[in-house]
Structure formats: C-alpha cells, structure tokens
Design a protein around this ligand. Structure first.
Ligand SMILES: Nc1ncnc2c1ncn2[C@@H]1O[C@H](COP(=O)(O)OP(=O)(O)OP(=O)(O)O)[C@@H](O)[C@H]1O
Length: 138
C-alpha cells in the first residue's frame, strides 16, 4: 500500500474495514500523501470522524447527481468554472479511497476512470492509487 499499489479491502460487517481505513488515511497522510476518503453514500461518510473529511464519491469527482455522460462530465470538469474545485481535487489526489464500493455501479466506475484520467491522461485512473473497500457478498 505504501508503494502506491491499488487494493481492495473486503469483509463482512463488523470485521474492522472502517477501522482499518481510518488507520490507512492517518498513516498515508502523515507520509505526506494527499488522501481523499470517499463513500458511495452520504450516510456511510458519517461512519468516520469529521477530521478525516469523508465526502461522497459523487462530490469528490464532480459527478454530483450523475445526470451527465462520461464525455460531458469530463468536458465540464475541464472547462466549466463551477467544477474547478473538483478538478483541483482530482489533480491533487495521490490516493482515492472508496468505501462501500459494492454500491458503485459499473457506469459510475467507468466515469470515474475517465475523470481520474484528468490527473494524468497517460495512466489508468490518472495514476491515482485506488483503495476500494466494501463487501460484495452484501
Ligand atoms: N483492530 C481493531 N482493534 C480494535 N477494535 C477494532 C479493530 N477492528 C475493528 N474494531 C472495532 O470493531 C468494531 C467494528 O469495526 P468496523 O466498524 O471498522 O467494521 P466494518 O467492517 O467497517 O463494519 P461495517 O461494514 O458494518 O461498516 C468497531 O467498534 C471498531 O472500533
């Protein structure tokens, strides 16, 4: 993880996934990484202490309510003033954590791949380290 590899953390409810994410955020941030903690729902964000700054993946990425196609949202993030903070977040992020990832649709995951590429178009997901967490058996 510290070398920047992407990973999936899985396990049933109560096995300590959120506990582990908490430790990961703290550890990577103290190593100087820009770590963004996101969840697929707002309610899941409340599992974390406010100091960790958890936000929905929709907010982090600029996707918001998902009304745009991948092409449209990438264009807006690049060119529309209203999306400038999303662009800054994307370009600054070293590690993107997505909790409750089993709630993420294939369509949204594809959009995220395209949006993350704004960070570095030559790399898959823009070279951002992904830490996906959840329970696909849920
Ligand atoms: N290594 C650990 N040491 C001490 N307490 C722990 C450890 N791992 C988990 N816990 C405690 O166990 C409880 C459940 O952990 P946690 O909420 O992280 O599980 P979870 O897998 O995220 O569950 P859910 O999927 O329901 O959100 C919490 O009270 C947490 O503080």
């Amino acid at each position: 993880m510290k070398e920047g590899h992407s990973l999936y953390i899985g396990g049933p409810a109560g096995t300590g996934k959120s506990f582990l994410l908490n430790k990961i955020v703290t550890s990577l941030r103290s190593a100087g990484k820009c770590v963004q903690l996101t969840c697929t729902t707002g309610i899941a964000c409340t599992n974390f202490p406010p100091a960790l700054g958890a936000m929905t993946i929709h907010h982090w990425s600029g996707i918001h309510d998902g009304r745009y196609s991948s092409k449209e949202v990438v264009f807006l993030i690049k060119n529309n003033e209203k999306f400038k903070y999303a662009l800054q977040r994307i370009q600054l992020t070293d590690t993107l954590i997505i909790d409750e990832v089993s709630m993420l649709s294939e369509r949204l995951f594809d959009q995220l791949r395209d949006i993350c590429s704004l960070s570095d178009p030559s790399k898959l997901f823009g070279g951002i380290q992904l830490i996906l967490c959840g329970d696909f058996a849920q």
